[in-house]
Ligand binder design. Sequence first.
Ligand SMILES: Nc1ncnc2c1ncn2[C@@H]1O[C@H](COP(=O)(O)OP(=O)(O)OP(=O)(O)O)[C@@H](O)[C@H]1O
Ligand SMILES: [Mg+2]
Length: 354
Amino acid sequence: MVRPDPRLPGRWSTARAADVDIIVRIIFTALSGIFFGILSIVVRAATIAIWVGIHNSRWEEGNIGIMLAHVECDQEPRPQMIDLQGVTKEFVKPSGAIHTVLQDINLSIDKGEFCSIVGPTGCGKSTTINLIAGFEQPTGGRILVDREPLEGINRHAACVFQTDNTFPWKTVLENVSLGLRLRGVAKSKAHEEARYWIARVGLTGFEHHYPHQLSGGMKKRVALAQCLIVQPAILLMDESFAALDVHTRSLMENELLAIWEDTSASVVFITHDLEEAIALSDRVVVLTAGPAATIKGDYPIPLTRPRNVAEIRFTEQFMKLHEKIWNDLRDEVMIGYAQSAQCLPDRGGQEGRA
Ligand SMILES: Nc1ncnc2c1ncn2[C@@H]1O[C@H](COP(=O)(O)OP(=O)(O)OP(=O)(O)O)[C@@H](O)[C@H]1O
Ligand SMILES: [Mg+2]
């Protein structure tokens, strides 16, 4: 109840005091509303700031982790296994003209790296493998293997070609153990090792079969076991799975990856199939159409391992990689086809030099 002010006439003072009371209440209500409004905004802003801060710090930690990983990689790079330094390869044609197949190739492959080489037909992929195997000598530049210049046959390498390299008159056991026997290993020891590798490629029970008694895929397994038994530091594969049906091929690709992941071998894998190259490799190198082929692109393949080659092809990351590399390869394939179909003049005037 509002009391009348004794200094003012009764009605006026009562009314004024009541107004003042109402105004005070309104101001108080308004101020408390503003106060709680500001408090609520401050609390929300603080919550958002804390949330963003936590996520930023996690992102930074992640980035720092990646940076450290790079630093670690920089500090301890994988040692080089194969190093082609300015390699050129020329053949003399029956006409006496010089045919430059490869021109100034610089390619280094690390220990334990799986590197595929793709390019149009006739560009020099098999020639590259033959040079690394030491079957051919470069006409320019040099090749280092395990940091030593390669002279003659590459003793660190084993090759799996498209055609079978099994001896038809020898059994699976004899074919697989042959590499060790030629190195002077006793027969019993060589056979024991051969049985392990025959099992590793899934051929247990076929030890005493001859190659003509095996399917195409089984012969390829024998060829792989023949190479792996000598535990090569370098595995050279030239369209090794090209003759297999699509299902056997997929199985063999997965088995190759499983075996390779247990070894520290460097693999140079030649294929016409870009999908196969991406699915298997750490890296895909694209050669230009010949003559005088050079490296057009060198793509790291950051797909996680272990991989299932049949399934990884459907991932978005795989498809993006495929699109990117195919953009590079497509032009060279078209040039290659045009050359072989129409016998176009060679690029760069390399051919016909006396
Ligand atoms: N010993 C040789 N003498 C003369 N020319 C050769 C010899 N070996 C290869 N060539 C030529 O070198 C070029 C490249 O051949 P290579 O076999 O390396 O190609 P490729 O890329 O493996 O082809 P494909 O994809 O068809 O297997 C071809 O023009 C071929 O005729
Ligand atoms: Mg070839």
